[in-house]
Write a protein that binds this ligand. Sequence first.
Ligand SMILES: C[S@@+](CC[C@H](N)C(=O)[O-])C[C@H]1O[C@@H](n2cnc3c(N)ncnc32)[C@H](O)[C@@H]1O
Length: 272
Amino acid sequence: MERPNWAPGDIDLERPSVARVYDYLLGGAHNFAADRAVAQKTLEMMPDVRTGALQHRAFLRRAVRYLLGRGVRQFLDLGSGIPTVGNVHEIAQAADPAAKVVYVDLDSVAVAHSRSLLDGNERVRVLQADVRDPATVFASPEVNDLLDLNEPIAVLMVAVLHFVSDDEDPQGILAGYRDRLAPGSFLALSQAGFEAHEVTPEIRAARSVYERSVTRTTLRNSAEFTRLFAGFDLVEPGVVRLPQWHAEAPDDEGIAGRAFPGFCAVGRKAWR
Ligand SMILES: C[S@@+](CC[C@H](N)C(=O)[O-])C[C@H]1O[C@@H](n2cnc3c(N)ncnc32)[C@H](O)[C@@H]1O
């Protein structure tokens, strides 16, 4: 198979990646046959998976607009993925050209494509790092050169925490971000999840196809998801299904339909 110029030499084209499967679900072009095969198989088991991906992305856009409205001009997008329509910097810099964004992802394609797209944009940086390691993220020149940690920052983790298991201490990881943020900073999270009574055979089958080929997932119920916001005050409307968060914004046309089983919320670091 020919290697396109956006695929760095270190990646195995035969091995599906989280970022490229998601890119395919969102209708992107930065994926390979192995990624498309898993995505298709997952879609056969659970056709709502594509709607879910679109709903996470729509939540991201609405959350960024909301945060801009609350005066935030600095964004740390953790697990930012392969750039697609409506990236954080596009929304933020359309509202205020001075807005700053640091994108962080582990995936080589996501990082390479982000860097090529953002070349020349002085107010955006791309960091290849593991978001489970906040100390490394905060020690990086990308974060230190661009972001002012004395001012509020919005930390975004959209459709990422289902890749962080409970053994990996998601609360501890989030505390590692929270404790370095100025009061008045925000945390926007979304992840796949269900209440226990909602888990169906189709969900189990789709999850098992995905986990066999791509990676392990940790689905959380609304109470478990809410606990991730320790040290943050949830803003209205609290923890809800993805299309329900500030649904008044005209962004979800065609995908609002049935709420895909995932949760989202935005919290503000308390002034205490
Ligand atoms: C489902 S995609 C979501 C992308 C983007 N946040 C969005 O909503 O469109 C998950 C992204 O998280 C990245 N990711 C997963 N675990 C990660 C980790 N431990 N460190 C950095 N990136 C991670 C994957 O590479 C992928 O790009």
